[in-house]
Design a protein around this ligand. Structure first.
Ligand SMILES: [Zn+2]
Length: 131
């Protein structure tokens, strides 16, 4: 890998607000070691550190939450010959409240009171109600 010689702060174009608004925005920057916005001695400040910690929390926690949930919520399906679920599709089921035939077939997500919910987030009393 080529040495990146720069004396410009690599964090000036990154913002917490944009990370909040679009949680996949900086994913590639933070997960590709060749793109990772390294700390530049003599240029970067404490503000860079604080900002980057917040951005990493927002972006990677979001990715962690949905990618972990994806596997937790996948259903064992045999003999249907259906196409698998993408992480994007799964995320949309939850974020955009989309419950379709595929949701029911491929995940353990439930549609309760007009909302897509993760089975593991359903309170016990609700489980009782549905029996
Ligand atoms: Zn910086």
């Amino acid at each position: 890998m080529e040495e990146r010689a720069t004396n410009k702060c690599p964090h000036s174009n990154l913002s917490i607000e944009e990370a909040e608004e679009n949680k996949s925005k900086y994913m590639w920057l933070l997960t590709d070691p060749d793109e990772f916005p390294e700390f530049e001695p003599c240029v970067c400040t404490t503000d860079c550190k604080v900002k980057m910690v917040k951005i990493i929390d927002i972006i990677l926690y979001n990715h962690y939450k949905f990618s972990r949930g994806y596997f937790e919520d996948c259903k064992m399906v045999f003999g249907h010959g259906v196409k698998g679920l993408s992480l994007y599709e799964y995320t949309n089921f939850i974020k955009k409240n989309r419950f379709k035939e595929r949701t029911e077939l491929l995940t353990n997500l439930q549609y309760i009171d007009g909302k897509v919910v993760r089975l593991c987030d359903v309170p016990k009393e609700n489980e009782e109600k549905n029996k």
